[in-house]
Design a protein around this ligand. Structure first.
Ligand SMILES: Nc1nc2c(ncn2[C@@H]2O[C@H](COP(=O)(O)OP(=O)(O)OP(=O)(O)O)[C@@H](O)[C@H]2O)c(=O)[nH]1
Ligand SMILES: [Mg+2]
Length: 502
């Protein structure tokens, strides 16, 4: 018995029937031709999908992991610089928007800090005037002014009187238009992905329990992010029919933004060069120059109407990743592993749920641990030390069953910032009590950290090789050398596996 009802409904309309007229025949033949074209297109698509799937299966796949601001995206940028320079060049100018946003964010951070300190100071002085006798009342003087050289304690802004003048109020007023520009740029880039961000310096914590109450948020700003669904680069670099996507309004907004930033340039410079402002920043320990996306030392260049970002600017630019971004590279090396796929994930706690779905079917994990952050807390949870967080993620990765056979590569990143920090007198042993009495220098600290990370790999019971590199992702030259070594190692591993599977 046939299960297909007669007449077959799929072909019934295409069969000639008795007494078919010439018009009906033409129509039927046209239908047939159309159906064949659709069928051929589907076959072709299946064929292409098969080829693409084969290529995908064979591609070297690398997953970059690490907490937020550990340098994952910066490592991918270095990879692009080395292995996909023409694509890099095509995309480079699109980073101008991000760099402008980074610059404006620094300015708004300064203005916010100034506002807060001005208000606190005003309230305090009013209270003092009310409570003190006329003979002891405050005279706008210098007794409480900070010395230019003295390092201020966390509480210094509460006791110190800063010499704010009309000039500061005028600067605040003249820089107001940047608030609107910031909003426009954020809207253009996709403001849905906003998240509040804080950076705080910890109290005395080793890896035991941190004292959350002792931390005082030093810098608070909303950090910008991009998700895989936000094709901002394509919108700006002319791909995907940019004329259609880069709507007239956005285009006008970007043009206006450049113009306003240009006009505010000399005020931004004045603000940054101002002695009182610098004292305020020092007092709040808002180490702006150590924060991501810092362009305040490049104001002249960055605000220029015809500004074009340099390679180094793009490396320095900060745009948080949300979700997972896929980067495809073609690296002909005669090894049969020309296709490379790098997965860049968001590192904030909220983004980490997405990581595990990429654990199978990858060749290697590059894990970035930013070692200069030993005195900082997570933005999303100020009770957690950032170094401690890195160690915990590393432990999780080492113990993950899905990653048992995956090559793990550790980058102890931000070595340049570690060097600067230790050099400026910040003591590692103040934050990591089990460091003991070892010297406060880069070789000793990094050797200690290597041991810590290595021990976690060993404790996982897996005898994988411990690959560890000291990196400064901001140093493109040094990074190119490291990536070449990493590339060789990954290829060797991929070839070994292929042989093993044969
Ligand atoms: N000085 C210095 N800066 C670095 C280094 N690595 C990264 N940065 C900067 O740190 C900032 C954050 O780096 P990203 O690469 O965006 O960090 P990420 O891990 O991708 O962060 P998420 O996307 O939030 O997960 C950027 O402004 C980088 O330029 C480094 O080794 N040294
Ligand atoms: Mg990123």
């Amino acid at each position: 018995m046939s299960v297909i009802p007669s007449p077959n409904p799929f072909i019934h309309g295409l069969l000639p029937h008795e007494g078919e007229s010439p018009q009906e025949r033409t129509r039927r033949e046209q239908e047939e031709a159309r159906a064949k074209a659709v069928s051929d297109a589907i076959d072709e698509q299946i064929k292409q999908d098969k080829v693409a799937f084969k290529r995908y299966q064979k591609a070297v796949k690398i997953l970059l992991l690490g907490q937020s601001e550990s340098g994952k995206s910066t490592t991918i940028k270095n990879f692009q610089l080395k292995y996909a320079y023409s694509a890099w060049i095509r995309e480079r100018s699109s980073w101008k928007v991000i760099i402008h946003l980074n610059l404006i964010r620094s300015v708004t951070t300064i203005l916010e800090v100034m506002n807060r300190v001005m208000k606190e100071q005003h309230d305090r002085l009013q209270r003092q005037q009310r409570s003190l006798s006329p003979s002891r009342s405050y005279r706008s003087g210098t007794a409480l002014l900070p010395s230019q050289d003295r390092e201020l304690s966390d509480d210094d802004t509460r006791d110190v009187v800063f010499n704010f003048s009309d000039k500061h109020k005028l600067l605040q007023l003249q820089l107001q238009p940047l608030t609107r520009v910031q909003r426009d740029l954020e809207n253009f880039l996709g403001s849905a992905a906003f998240e509040p961000d804080q950076v705080a310096t910890t109290g005395n914590i080793a890896f035991p329990s941190p004292d959350a109450k002792s931390s005082r948020p030093l810098r608070r700003y909303t950090e910008f992010s991009v998700s895989v669904y936000n094709p901002w680069k394509n919108r700006l670099s002319g791909k995907e029919g940019s004329k259609r996507l880069l709507e007239k309004k956005s285009s006008q907004d970007l043009h206006d933004a450049t113009e306003i930033i240009y006009r505010c340039g000399s005020d931004i410079k004045q603000l940054w060069a101002d002695g009182v402002v610098q004292q305020v920043l020092k007092g709040t320990k808002a180490r702006l120059e150590h924060s991501s996306g810092f362009f305040m030392d490049d104001i002249d260049r960055v605000v220029a109407r015809d500004y074009e970002p340099s390679d180094q600017d793009v490396i320095k630019a900060r745009l948080r990743t949300v979700g997972v971004q896929e980067y495809h590279f073609s690296i002909p090396g005669g090894t049969g592993h020309d296709d490379w796929i790098l997965y860049d994930v968001g590192g904030s706690r909220a983004s980490r749920n997405a990581w595990a779905s990429y654990f199978d079917n990858i060749n290697s994990v590059i894990f970035l641990a930013p070692v200069s952050c030993f005195d900082q807390r997570l933005a999303e949870d100020t009770s957690v030390n950032r170094l401690e967080d890195s160690l915990l993620i590393w432990k999780y990765i080492c113990n993950s069953k899905l990653l048992t056979n995956i090559q793990l590569i550790l980058f102890l990143n931000k070595i340049d910032l570690l060097e600067e920090k230790l050099g400026s007198g910040v003591r590692f042993d103040k934050y990591v009590v089990n460091y003991g009495k070892h010297p406060n220098d880069v070789p000793s600290v990094t050797s200690f950290l290597k041991q810590q990370f290595k021990a976690m790999l060993r404790n996982s019971g897996n005898q994988r090789v411990f690959y560890c590199y000291l990196t400064s992702a901001a140093d493109t030259k040094a990074m190119a050398t490291t990536l070449a070594t990493v590339y060789d190692g990954i290829i060797r591993d991929a070839l070994d596996r292929a042989q093993f599977l044969m």
